[in-house]
Design a protein around this ligand. Structure first.
Ligand code: NDP
Length: 244
């Protein structure tokens, strides 16, 4: 029996890449998905596509760096479906550059989206899930949470942080609420499109050559949700066989 069907699943960063693929995949499995991101025209198109295929999808504009917007999308989810069974804290940015380039605004953006965004997601759903007596929090880290690559010091630092936060959360609430860390290697998405540093962008062209489809990561997220309630898939690392 499916442990995905009819679950209410909130996905941050659902307007492209892994979040979009995850929304589509989980909706196909019968989940009620709530999509959040800043590009609402994309969310609207995706929600329509899911609905036209017989699925259930809602969306609301979300900037994960704003706690009140995260709380608002959780309230919106509750108003539509009365529960939040799962949050996928997926939204992330990766404007890579060497530290010596001093792209301080981009460092702060990574800290705000990749760390604060995840913490805001946790803060917004935790009281709801505690009240429900059940729930699941899935955080997207990266292979960059395990080792540091050139130009990725700050990005990797944010992902090491997500890994630490996720493990700490699991230790605290793991009896009632399942907590999962999902760490992709290079995966097809728009993640590298926003790199402003010319050298780092060029390096990524070759580095990302063998990217796996975003649907692969969606499948792994679905696997973690689909386990029986007494099983917690603590951590998954999924990368192309070409190593990165
Ligand atoms: P994409 O760039 O395709 O997607 C990133 C998503 O995050 C978009 O939907 C974007 O939506 C959203 N986002 C960015 N900033 C914000 C914000 N402030 N508030 C709300 N949403 C935001 O990349 P991926 O799909 O690859 O990224 C998904 C996750 O996977 C990230 O956490 C990334 O670090 C991680 N990851 C990806 C890997 C890869 O190779 N693709 C490898 C390892 C980890 P919008 O701009 O509309 O707000």
């Amino acid at each position: 029996m499916s442990n995905i069907k009819d679950k209410v699943i909130l996905i941050t960063g659902a307007s492209s890449g892994i979040g979009e693929a995850t929304a589509r995949f989980l909706a196909e499995k019968g989940a009620h998905v709530v999509l959040g991101a800043r590009r609402t025209e994309r969310l609207e198109a995706l929600a329509e596509e899911i609905q036209q295929s017989g699925g259930v999808a809602e969306y609301q504009s979300l900037d994960v760096t704003r706690l009140e917007q995260m709380q608002s999308i959780v309230d919106f989810t509750l108003s539509k479906f009365k529960r939040v069974d799962v949050i996928v804290n997926n939204a992330g940015v990766m404007p890579l550059s060497k530290l010596e380039s001093l792209k301080i605004d981009e460092w702060n953006q990574m800290i705000d989206v990749n760390i604060r965004g995840v913490l805001h997601g946790i803060a917004a759903v935790l009281p709801v899930m505690k009240e429900q007596g059940s729930g699941q929090i899935i955080n997207l880290a990266s292979i960059g949470a395990y080792s540091v690559t050139p130009t990725a010091a700050v990005y990797c630092a944010t992902k090491y942080a997500v890994r630490a936060i996720t493990e700490g959360l699991r230790q605290e609430v793991g009896n009632d609420i399942r907590v999962n860390l999902l760490s992709p290697g290079v995966t097809e998405s728009e993640l590298a499109d926003h790199i402003s540093d010319v050298e780092a962008k060029q390096f990524m062209v070759d580095y990302r050559r063998n990217a796996i489809p975003a649907k692969t990561i969606a499948g792994a997220i679905a696997y973690a949700i689909d386990q029986p309630d007494y099983v917690d898939v603590n951590e998954m690392i999924i990368r192309p066989t070409t190593k990165v």
